[in-house]
Design a protein around this ligand. Structure first.
Ligand code: NAP
Length: 251
């Protein structure tokens, strides 16, 4: 356990850790001495590449396929992490999807899929790590919200609802776990270059760029450094916070 035993490497589980921001979080934490469980939904090759990047930093890393929207698979994911490393110090709820469209044309299925993955997935993972973290009397939970959850965005009612919901979940769980030496915080990225944003139509990309005071997109590493800040055991007196990493978009 990170807080009580010397010379035991801390362990982080990153959902959706195979690609994009998740991969950058895995490698950042691996570089800082964490062992890593990399969860993925379908892209095993990307997850294995991330594992190789982590082991290059001297970390132990392994991959687990699990759909975070499914309770049984989440239980297996947390169980596999604890079985592999003996403990779990950090949970990063990074897995996320978009199914964009104007509300009047948005299908119920697109709404449900986004809420199930982005919000219910984080709920299930938080619920599953509560017990081992409370037993350890230590934990760090970091949720990936979005500037869209803070400001809203036309064409992303489902995604914005999920990301705003994550802020409420973060603040509520922070209060529930504050007395247990477990912090719960959120990061809210703006426009970050990943597969998710590369799928945006060019017109949407240009109008989003125009709304960034710094005038340019951010990198996955920009987000990963903020996640690592919240993950650090030294940062023990910060909980329930939402940190925007967005070049000023939410200001
Ligand atoms: P991305 O490149 O599309 O990667 C998404 C990751 O989530 C993939 O690793 C994917 O796994 C995983 N995933 C999707 N559904 C899953 C499920 N049901 N169970 C487990 N894993 C699942 O996205 P990204 O841009 O890196 O975004 C990462 C997080 O940051 C998301 O929560 C996103 O909403 C948030 N965010 C991103 C931006 C941005 O500008 N990019 C801005 C604000 C917030 P596979 O690799 O197996 O498919």
């Amino acid at each position: 356990m990170q807080n009580t035993q010397q010379n035991v490497r801390p362990v982080a589980l990153v959902t959706g850790g195979g690609r994009g921001i998740g991969r950058a979080i895995c490698t950042q934490l691996a570089a800082q001495g964490f062992d890593i469980c990399i969860n993925y939904a379908g892209n095993a090759a990307a997850a294995e590449e991330t594992a190789a990047l982590c082991t290059a930093f001297g970390a132990a890393a392994f991959t687990v396929k699990a759909d975070v929207a499914k309770a049984e698979e989440v239980e297996q994911l947390i169980g596999a992490t604890v079985a592999q490393f003996g403990h779990i110090d950090v949970l990063v709820n990074n897995a996320g999807i978009t199914r964009d469209g104007l509300m009047m044309r948005m299908s119920e299925q697109d709404y449900d899929q986004v809420l199930d993955t982005n919000l219910k997935g984080a709920f299930l993972c938080c619920k599953a790590v509560c017990r081992p973290m409370m037993r350890q009397k230590f934990g760090r939970i970091i949720n990936l919200s979005s500037v869209v959850g803070v400001r809203g965005n036309a064409g992303q009612a489902n995604y914005a609802a999920s990301k705003a919901g994550l802020i409420g979940l973060t603040k509520s769980l922070a209060k529930e776990l504050a007395g247990k030496n477990i912090t719960v915080n959120a990061v809210a990225p703006g426009f970050i270059e990943t597969d998710m944003t590369h799928a945006m139509p060019e017109a949407a990309r240009q109008s989003t760029l125009a709304s960034i005071p710094m005038g340019h997109t951010g990198s996955a590493e920009d987000v990963a450094r903020a996640v690592a800040f919240f993950a650090a055991k030294e940062n023990s007196y910060i909980t329930g916070q939402v940190l925007c990493i967005d070049g000023g978009m939410a200001v």
